[in-house]
Design a protein around this ligand. Structure first.
Ligand SMILES: *Cc1c(COP(=O)(O)O)cnc(C)c1O
Length: 356
């Protein structure tokens, strides 16, 4: 007989969680996860492979990933005194930030927003608060945000800029007022910066940190995120990260990819022009309201009580998107589609049309 029960072994907040569900995309046109649909030329792949050949797999990676960190600091023109911490995806950085907080701390973000802020806060037993966005324009409800800051005194505020899953950039003036009102850290999560042309990177100082990832840019498989902030803050986070959190293949491959940044510039430009075409196409459909997006995905509203049926019908035609309707609130009746290649987008639009 077992001496323990799972129910008594683990923290109640862990038992209460449901696992982050990732749909099985095998065999589908995959427009569910904000991936860049384009790959590299064979020639570029050959050069990359030649470089990987010399990666010492028998050795631990550089624990500080010095070369890559220097490249990222350089690319972002960070001034002295601002440091960078790398993570196994920005997901890991969210986890590190939250792990460093005292027990019972409060964490604030918007509803809807990136689900990992709440998921990780909950798993650590922190107090998470999501303030609803404005129903009329999906922007920050500044008065409600300021009231929540006053009430909960959050140790960390997460603002996704552009926001996932709404795709919009929040009002800069409102963000500035939130930064001024906050006694804790404000994390501007710029996962979609390559598609947005707007950034807080030059505002990093004091309690403002900017987080980025190479995932949406086109390197999701490598798992690399980073955060820029005051040295005194980054220093503390380094103490709790695992020593070799960025593996040698990722360090070498991202370094290589960033040397060839122009491919991503081309690819993201292609995605942005497809985004404009998709938005027009979606809004021309009877019953569909698509929201303006500055990311590589589009949120759209379907006729009442139809979202799940339409999602399944699109899936039955071989296209996987994301059903965000179950999240409720402002996402009721909504679906989210990643901008893919022109062919993929056409397949999606055809599937949607036949589902309506
Ligand atoms: C996708 C996403 C992330 C996670 O990125 P990874 O680096 O792949 O972990 C972080 N924040 C937002 C808003 C995202 O949409």
């Amino acid at each position: 007989m077992s001496k323990f029960t799972v129910q008594t072994l683990f923290r109640p907040e862990v038992l209460a969680l449901s696992a982050y569900h990732v749909a099985d995309a095998h065999g589908f046109i995959k427009l569910d996860a904000m991936e860049n649909p384009y790959s590299w030329s064979d020639e570029l792949k050959q050069t990359w492979l030649a470089r990987l050949k010399d990666c010492p797999l028998n050795r631990y990676p550089d624990p500080e990933a010095r070369e890559l960190t220097a490249t990222l600091k350089n690319l972002n023109q960070l001034p002295d005194g601002i440091d960078v911490l790398l993570g196994n995806g920005s997901d890991e950085i969210i986890q590190l930030l939250l792990m460093a907080l005292p027990p019972n701390s409060h964490v604030l973000s918007t509803t809807p927003s990136f689900v990992m802020y709440k998921q990780i806060s909950d798993s650590l037993g922190l107090n998470y608060h999501g303030v609803s966005l404005r129903a009329d324009n999906l922007d920050l409800d500044l008065a409600a945000m300021l009231a929540a800051i006053e009430q909960h005194n959050p140790a960390i505020i997460f603002l996704a800029y552009p926001n996932n899953p709404t795709g919009n950039l929040f009002d800069i003036n409102a963000i500035n007022q939130i930064i001024d009102a906050a006694n804790g850290l404000v994390i501007i999560d710029e996962a979609y910066e390559p598609f947005a042309n707007s950034s807080f990177m030059n505002r990093v100082a004091n309690n403002v940190l900017v987080m980025r990832t190479v995932s949406k840019l086109g390197l999701a498989g490598l798992r690399l995120g980073y955060i820029a902030g005051e040295r005194a803050i980054i220093e503390q986070l380094h103490k709790i990260r695992l020593p070799y959190n960025i593996n040698v293949l990722t360090q070498s491959s991202v370094q290589f990819a960033l040397k060839h940044k122009e491919i991503f510039t081309e690819q993201t430009a292609a995605i942005c022009s497809e985004r404009a075409l998709m938005l027009t196409a979606l809004n021309s459909l009877n019953g569909i309201i698509a929201y303006e997006s500055l990311a590589n995905f589009i949120l759209f509203k379907t006729p009442e009580n139809q979202a799940t049926r339409i999602f399944e019908a699109i899936k039955a035609r071989g296209v996987l998107i994301k059903n965000v309707h179950p999240q409720g609130g402002l996402l009721t009746d909504c679906l989210r589609v990643t901008v893919g290649t022109p062919d993929e987008n056409q397949a999606f639009l055809q599937a949607l049309k036949s589902a309506l």
